[in-house]
Design a protein around this ligand. Sequence first.
Ligand code: GLY
Ligand code: MN
Ligand code: MN
Length: 467
Amino acid sequence: MKQFLCLLVFALTMPFAHSQENLPTDYLEKEFHHGRREAFRALMPANSVAVIFSYPERVFSRDVDYNYHANPDMYYLSGHKEPDAVLLIFKEAQGTEKYNEVLFVRERNAAYEMWTGRRLGIEGAKSKLGFTTVYNGKDFNGFAIDFAKFDKIIYDKIPTDVAENNNPDNLYALLKSFKSKAGITQVNETSTDLFHKITSSLREIKTPEELVLMRKTVKLSCVAHNEVMKAVGPDMSENEADGIHAYIHKHYGAEGEGYGPIVGAGANGCILHYWENNATKIDNQLLLMDVGSEYHGYSADVTRTIPANGKFTEEQKAIYQIVYDAQEEVFKLCKEGTPIQDLNKKAKEVIAAGLIKLGIITDPKDARIYYPHGCSHFLGLDVHDKGNYMGNLKENMILTVEPGIYIPANSKCDKKWWNIGVRIEDDILMLKDSYENLSADSPRKWQDIEALAKQKSTFNDMKFPKI
Ligand code: GLY
Ligand code: MN
Ligand code: MN
């Protein structure tokens, strides 16, 4: 009787435990993900199966994990954002039931869900994600599949650092079962290459549904950049400027940032992947802000470099103008047909000429000292998104254009240039004959930045108690 009661309570509470109110209404629809699976299947070779795993959970501190981030390929192909899942996509329909895809998910569990959050479970994966063949992860090991009968098994790199665990439906068990069922002792490069080729060729072209989210994530990131331009002053800390970005991202419903924000003043702006953001005062220096939100999985990647006191010095302006000119020249190449490598070449050429003109270098090859990174990468679910970098630009690709010049102290040039670090980064949607700058809402011209800096920000009026 007691057992019956427990079951009854369980049955009554589970559906309620799962319902969640006031969620965003603009998530990608299950039809989008279904369409992506169909497109993936169309590119698979005959008699093949693709196996896609969730990303592992990662420890932040003892009992605490980092906020979970879904594997972008899993998300793209299924909409599933939970850990401990595996998706099988078959080229041809299988078995008497004629299924061509199977999803294994975490089993529903009221106790776990009370601690770590809701799970879709089998029913949720069917109703919310639109799959017809769904099992609990613990049934993957016993699932009747003869991997040997396929000509090709397509899979991504298998993580080798997933902690051993006895739970039969977590990622460790799924990976172990897969390796044993498929007889994989070491990663087969042609399998992972094919996975990357297929996912790159799909993800490098954004669909109309993805473009809606990309426009949104970039637009709201521009609002954040503009607000900091208004709010910033020499007494503000790097962390506080970072916090304004974060607040505005969340205000517009972004999950957070698509990558660790880079908010570096003066010398810190010369560190390409600066992440500490802990200078207590920006001072009368340039502030380099490379910050972009992640909105429903899609990342912006925007950099603006601004003078904290609202006015560029002559030296800062001279360096800034070269970077700006490099962007302008690269923009002219942004249209279908341009080899992607030409964007990098053009940026390097303009920067080298500019640095020679200022007497900072004499040999164009030395431009690499002050501009050591590339100009462009694909942007989407990953900030450095998948795509074919050896190919040509195509309509509906989104790439960044992000030249920069970084002159740390003690560089071999006049010390008046030291500690100037400038990057300007925009997110460019490629069109047939031209381009659209998705991040055009945030000013790039030094004159426009100085003008915006004169405006007041809501953040200037915020007062907190002294502690
Ligand atoms: N935010 C990283 C990059 O610009 O590539
Ligand atoms: Mn970038
Ligand atoms: Mn960036």
